[in-house]
Design a protein around this ligand. Structure first.
Ligand SMILES: [Zn+2]
Length: 319
């Protein structure tokens, strides 16, 4: 006979169970399954996941197990998962024209191998993929950048896949956002998002290097160069951040694109995804380095810059 140990005893595993579609909880199954899939995907020590067959009905004992094991699982997740989004400066400082370098991209790489941002003087879009930093310059060139390159704003994480999702079919950016947002286990944590796929088209932009006195990002983005590639393979690199991060990072989706041959890259404005796979890294830590430079310290960051951010993020016109 086997017995279930009490929660304070050594555990050889955690059982996650949930009801089936014919139970009174049927209308909540979508949310529950997404959350449990994410929990099962977490970085457990010595993880082994087995999926038993569906049972016709939960027995009272199993319901009790669900009540006991779920809080345990959440505690273990907080202790074991050290996923942290590390960012330098804030999006509103960038919108206000604070483009002085705060740290080097080499410093940022100590905190993650995946992410996005920009370079000192707003010299193009920054992408980090598999520990390599790329510059998508406004002249359309893509370059690997050395560690000593300065950045005024960057967000990185050590990417480890927690959840892999396959889009149901070809999708434009709008449909992709709706689809993926509905799949997120919670809207109160951040996600690093990596999508490897084939694209019928990708529209992206880069911004040219600015001179002092620096204009706002809204002004600078009027000089952006917009590019479009068709029938291209590549990777979307970015984050989804909760709405409460307004002013600090970009609420919702912020994605950059890097083609498979590393010859095309930029900040994503639009795309038509033909097929691909989305990997999500659930990120519940947040580490922010605030610049100690005069421009940052003297800038009024109390203003609501949401409208400017929306325009900068989505604008499809440029030089
Ligand atoms: Zn961007």
């Amino acid at each position: 006979m086997r017995r279930l140990p009490a929660e304070w005893e050594p555990q050889s595993g955690v059982m996650l169970t949930w009801p089936h579609a014919d139970s009174p909880w049927a209308d909540q199954l979508d949310r529950v399954e997404a959350l449990y899939a994410a929990l099962a995907a977490m970085k457990w020590p010595r993880r082994r996941t087995t999926t038993p067959e569906k049972r016709p009905m939960l027995k009272p004992l199993q319901q009790l197990c669900l009540a006991v094991t779920l809080p345990l699982a959440l505690c273990a997740q907080a202790a074991e998962d050290a996923d942290t989004l590390y960012q330098i400066s804030t999006i509103d400082a960038l919108l206000a024209g604070v483009y002085d370098g705060v740290a080097t991209v080499g410093d940022a790489l100590k905190h993650g191998d995946f992410g996005l941002g920009t370079f000192e003087a707003l010299d193009g879009e920054l992408l980090v993929l598999d520990g390599i930093v790329y510059q998508a310059a406004a002249d359309g060139q893509v370059r690997e950048m050395p560690p000593e390159t300065a950045t005024p704003f960057v967000a990185v994480t050590a990417f480890a896949t927690d959840l892999t999702l396959t889009p149901p079919g070809p999708q434009g950016y709008g449909a992709f956002k709706d689809w993926l947002e509905a799949k997120l286990p919670s809207h109160n944590i951040a996600y690093a998002i990596r999508v490897d796929g084939q694209f019928a088209s990708v529209t992206y932009r880069s911004v040219p290097r600015q001179e002092k006195p620096y204009p706002s990002l809204l002004e600078a983005s009027k000089q952006q160069r917009v590019f479009q590639q068709t029938e291209i393979t590549g990777t979307l690199i970015g984050f989804w951040c909760p709405s409460f991060t307004k002013g600090v990072n970009v609420p919702g989706f912020h994605l950059h694109f890097l083609s498979e041959d590393h010859s095309h890259a930029g900040h994503v404005l639009d795309f038509e995804l033909t097929a691909g796979s989305a990997q999500l890294d659930l990120t519940n830590g947040w580490d922010i380095l605030l610049p100690m430079n005069p421009a940052f310290l003297a800038t009024d960051l109390g203003e609501d810059r949401s409208a400017a951010l929306h325009s900068v993020e989505q604008r499809k016109s440029g030089r």
